[in-house]
Design a protein around this ligand. Structure first.
Ligand code: GDP
Ligand code: IMO
Ligand code: MG
Length: 417
């Protein structure tokens, strides 16, 4: 078996989409296990930019199953847009868990009001993610499998949505549109809404290779991230089991994606954050504006204590290092190697939001580079391994699909060695 999981190690937008795309060409299926349209994953094929929100990156390679697992929350309108932008052969490769939840109009309405009224808003993507997971765990949600039950979309869904609109918010027009879109989604993908847990295990038993694609990043994990400034799902590797129904014990390799610096979009603690001209220059150089919302991303330096935490949380095997090219030409690269709290020096990330209060980053300068390649990056990658115990297996040298160096344990074909 050669199942691999790709996870984000920072606060999202690490370049997971690009790394998944690189690895996907050799697998039978790519699987999303959490999140929804809050994700925005990008890859450049030549000069053409492809952005996906629900669908895993593998769908852009021919002949690979694109599986949306039960841990996801699916926004019908956005998914239909994504599906309709693909060629018919790719659409046929999509499988959606019948247990994945549906994002409905009242979810967006609740979130908008909550964020507007909050004294300390989270700065969510406003895609209804939190309220959709609330309905899931309150056991009041609508699942993809409901949409294909005879008569559900025509008879029960309009009544349910109208009730929710009256008690929770939204517009009559929103309800009518949602029913129309759910009908279109059902008609388009009817035979492809299935038991994906069973499918994944059957593929495993047949000897096929699976690639799991995390969305967001582990610092946004509902349990282990900077709560409450987190998303409402489990982006870490630990989410694979409940989010897909596939045992994490069968996953052979976990690759964590990290930029050579850090970004965060939305509110919440960000220990290595920088401000002013230095931040503006880094944001411009890295094109750090949100894929989903267009918001400017907060920027900071690589955070070693946070990576140590992420390595443990995700039971990490190796790093995929991205966006080092953004720092080209610097003699040295600032890296946060510890935190200081009063007289105390912390080498590991202390935990939740409260624990981060009052900490100051300890910044060291690591050797820089003029161009990103295996040789020029060796000192930096060696230091990263020495400091965190995890080696780099994939070095991204630019935003395009073909701009990448694969090291052991991945051969040039992307197979586990
Ligand atoms: P994701 O959410 O983790 O998939 O990341 P996003 O797609 O939201 O943001 C990452 C951005 O960085 C995208 O615009 C990618 O095209 C770009 N990108 C990925 N890897 C590299 C890299 O190594 N160098 C550069 N310059 N850009 C990259
Ligand atoms: P990808 O998969 C970066 C952030 C939001 C907000 C918090 C909660 O592209 O890396 P939510 O809408 O999920 O309730 O928002 O999480 N966030 C992301 N930040 N990349 C993402 O996805 C994100 N998805 C959510 O900005 O701070
Ligand atoms: Mg993104």
């Amino acid at each position: 078996m050669r199942h691999v999981c790709v996870v984000g190690l920072n606060w999202g937008d690490e370049g997971k989409g690009k790394i998944v795309d690189v690895l996907a060409k050799d697998v039978a299926a790519v699987v999303r296990y959490q999140g929804g349209a809050n994700a925005g994953h990008t890859v450049y094929i030549g000069d053409v930019k492809h952005v996906l929100h629900h669908l895993p990156m593998g769908v852009l390679h021919g002949g690979i199953l694109a599986i949306l697992g039960n841990g996801m929350v699916i926004e019908p309108k956005k998914l239909l847009e994504e599906v309709e932008s693909l060629p018919e052969e790719a659409i046929q490769q999509i499988r959606i868990s019948d247990s994945a939840h549906v994002v409905l109009p009242h979810h967006g309405a609740i979130e908008k009001v909550t964020e507007e009224k909050a004294t300390s808003p989270i700065g969510t993507t406003l895609r209804g993610i939190g309220p959709a997971y609330q309905d899931k765990f309150a056991r009041t949600g609508v699942r993809m499998g409901d949409l294909i039950r005879p008569g559900f979309v025509e008879e029960q869904l309009p009544i349910l949505l109208e009730e929710r609109r009256q008690s929770l918010g939204g517009t009559e027009e929103g309800v009518a549109t949602a029913v129309e879109i759910c009908t279109r989604l059902r008609d388009r993908l009817q035979g492809q809404i299935v038991d994906t847990r069973q499918l994944l295990n059957a593929m495993h038993n047949e000897g096929q290779t699976l690639l799991f694609e995390g969305a967001q990043g582990c610092m946004l994990d509902i349990d282990f991230g900077t709560y409450p400034f987190v998303t409402s799902s489990s982006p870490s590797f630990l989410g694979v089991g409940t989010g897909s129904g596939f045992s994490p014990r069968k996953v052979d390799h976990v690759v964590g994606v990290t930029k050579a610096y850090c970004t965060r979009v939305g509110e919440g603690p960000f220990p290595s954050e920088i401000h002013g001209t230095e931040a503006e220059e880094l944001r411009e150089a890295g094109g750090e504006f949100g894929t989903t919302t267009g918001r400017p991303r907060r920027v900071g330096w690589l955070d070693i204590p946070a990576l140590r935490f992420a390595a443990e949380l995700n039971d990490l095997d190796s790093y995929a290092l991205t966006k080092a090219d953004v720092l080209n030409g610097r003699e040295t690269v600032p890296v946060v190697t510890a935190y200081r709290r009063g007289d105390e020096i912390l080498h590991t990330y202390p935990g939740g939001t409260d624990d981060l209060e009052g900490i100051e980053p300890v910044v060291e300068n690591w050797p820089g580079w003029d161009v990103v390649n295996e040789q020029s990056m060796q000192p930096f990658m060696d230091l990263l391994e020495k400091e965190t115990g995890i080696p780099v297996s994939i070095l991204s040298t630019g935003k395009r699909r073909d701009e990448v160096c694969l090291f052991k344990p991945f051969t040039a074909e992307g197979e586990l060695a």
